[in-house]
Design a protein around this ligand. Sequence first.
Ligand code: ZN
Length: 285
Amino acid sequence: MKEVEINVDLNHREKLRRLHTATHIVNYSARKVLGNHVWQNGSNLKAEFGTLDITHYDNLSEKEIYEIEKIANETIFENKKVQVEELDRGDAEKKYGFVLYQGGAIPMKKLRIIHVFDSDIEACGGIHMQYTGGIGIVKIIDATKIQDGVIRLKYVVRDYALDFISDRQAILNEACSVFTVSPTQLPKTCEKFFNEWKEQKKDIEKLKNQLKTSYIEQIISSRKKSFLISGDWDMGFLLDIFNSVVNEIPSFKLESEKFIFATNDLKVEKFKKQIPKGKFNIYVM
Ligand SMILES: [Zn+2]
């Protein structure tokens, strides 16, 4: 006779048990917050997170997600008993209606009915906690519309929830240290810097345009055939100057650190790349 060794990963099973029970709780909480049109449309469990697809017409707001999470966690903190009731299919349908089958149809004569709350009733063959307290804590980490009328909630429980919160705290602290402000000051500080940056960008554009005009006037009045602009200017800035000048001085060369613009009659030596532009060339230095 052959010996067969069977290993049951109890740790993994325990994780799934917590996560699966949390699925019932999140589903119930979502219905409580969003309304009775919320129906379980599917769910998927990995050891580290679970997803629950619910029927709902709109994306969820931050406040709605917070409310769902709050009700779900209160249920965990209250350490409710998860009731399991076995009923014949006919009796079960008469007693509870088709809400039983929101987790999917179950082809059995006898149904195993799970109650996490008075109003959360679902026929389910999955593994459950005896009490909700063992879930520890549930954290909704994402809510995305996956198709019209279906929102996917992604959530973690217990140590995975703590890790998620710690990771977010670390990111927040890192961002705060950039500005040397406290977390409560961070949103206002970001807004202030962003607005300042936008204003400065506008100022820079204005100054660049003034400088451009000044260069053009200076070159044209000097009638110089070659002009050197010091500084690390972008191609667009130089091109605007060059185009304005060649209207007045048909043979002209504009030099900068990175680029040389020269009409076709003028030779340029030692360059990395030549870009022909019809009546002139751009040389990348
Ligand atoms: Zn279940």
